[in-house]
Design a protein around this ligand. Structure first.
Ligand SMILES: O=C(O)C(=O)CO
Length: 392
């Protein structure tokens, strides 16, 4: 484990590194059994520094690298994230020379040579062939977020460029949003808020009542790290947990959350009061839930989607909600995002929609950036990459 003398000397040297970064990097180092990732970050910040040096030697004898000397990172879409921009930029600037798209386009020739990595903020911007062709020194695209369906992995890989993602940072906040949507839909929270601000509305009609999640059956489709975090939370509500996944989880993991495996998704759909979608979007999961699947669900059941909009056949969902084939839907993701103003989903009172906010927390944004930075630096320094995504 991570307990060597050299390491205990290194820890205090991480003076500029936040606790979060430390927590994030620590298990990575532990799992590799050596110091690679911490020293990677460390080296990026200081030109020369023996691994075993103490704090005083470092600050007296070494020089912090000038921004232009650091490896260039092209930032995609960071400007759209009001309020977090400065925080993230400061974090990235510790390790990279930040180049915005505007700077890149304004001085293509000089900038293109400098850029060794691209930092993709969240899942919206995509990277096309033209951009890749104009970046001869690009080695890695660090996606901040877990889903990489917006990136053409095969095409990117054909340029010899690696792609990384941030599965650890997203798991808790995304599971929280799944629970929040389930509870909000079950207890008709959004309608309740509307009633509270217009006190004349009559709302105690029997058909207005919500349903309880406690002791209800939750079917989780996609039991990766986010799905598992959902199960942990649902257990606290005494829910019966079913799950369907490509690979069955280990027995101990199932037992720890009391989850029962359904080899057939159909069985899960038929038995669940709440069905939560937590799969990656791939050709296999595109429109995984369509008319047939919706008809298998109980008329009292609620569908929650925290994966990607295109995992559901949205036309079929509209029809199912209009005809009360299922009770309700709660969606953090749609197709497209945002939905056009006249989309029928926006006019139904048995659906609640949030604007893809699974990781929209102060903590998650920072942790995703830190995880992405660790990945990018690992690639640039030829070290083991904590979270690389491979084309299928
Ligand atoms: O990390 C992602 O890809 C997400 O969409 C989180 O909501």
């Amino acid at each position: 484990m991570f307990r060597s003398k050299a390491l205990s000397k290194l820890i205090p040297l991480m003076s500029g590194q936040s606790n979060l970064a430390y927590k994030l990097i620590h298990p990575v180092i532990a799992s590799h059994g050596h110091l690679c990732h911490r020293s990677v970050i460390y080296k990026q910040r200081y030109r020369t520094c023996p691994r075993s040096a103490g704090r005083r030697r470092i600050s007296a004898g070494t020089k912090v690298m000038a921004e232009e000397e650091l490896p260039g990172v092209l930032i995609l879409d960071i400007g759209g994230t009001h309020g977090v921009l400065e925080d993230l930029a400061a974090l990235l600037k510790k390790h990279f020379h930040l180049i915005t798209m505007k700077e890149f386009l304004g001085n293509r020739e000089e900038m293109s040579k400098k850029i060794q990595s691209v930092f993709v903020f969240e899942c919206r911007p995509t990277i096309d062939r033209e951009l890749l062709e104009s970046l001869p020194n690009l080695k890695v695209i660090g996606n901040s977020g877990v889903g990489v369906d917006h990136l053409d992995l095969k095409m990117i890989s054909s340029f010899g460029v690696k792609v990384t993602n941030t599965p650890h940072a997203v798991a808790d906040p995304t599971a929280d949003i799944g629970m929040a949507l389930m509870l909000a839909s079950a207890r008709r929270l959004v309608e309740g808020c509307q009633v509270a601000v217009s006190p004349d509305t009559k709302y105690f009609a029997v058909d207005w009542l919500g349903v309880e999640v406690t002791r209800a059956t939750l079917g989780i489709i996609g039991m990766g790290s986010i799905g598992y975090k959902v199960a942990q939370r649902a257990r606290a509500f005494n829910m019966k947990i079913l799950y369907h996944n490509r690979n069955r989880r280990r027995k101990e993991e199932e037992e720890a959350v009391g989850a029962h495996y359904c080899a057939k998704m159909e069985d899960l759909l038929q038995q669940s009061d709440f069905v939560m979608l937590v799969v990656n979007l791939t050709p296999e999961t595109h429109k995984l839930i369509g008319k047939k699947e919706l008809r298998l669900m109980k008329p009292t059941a609620t569908l929650i989607n925290i994966s990607r909009g295109a995992v559901i056949d949205q036309d079929a969902l509209v029809e199912a909600l209009q005809n009360k084939v299922i009770r309700a839907a709660a969606l953090d993701v749609t197709y497209p995002e945002p939905l056009p103003r006249d989309h029928p989903l926006l006019n139904l009172n048995n659906v609640i929609i949030t604007p893809h906010i699974g990781t929209a927390t102060v903590q998650a944004i920072r942790m995703m950036a830190e995880e992405a930075i660790t990945n990018i630096l690992a690639v640039l320094n030829g070290q083991p990459i904590p979270s690389e995504v491979f084309p299928k």
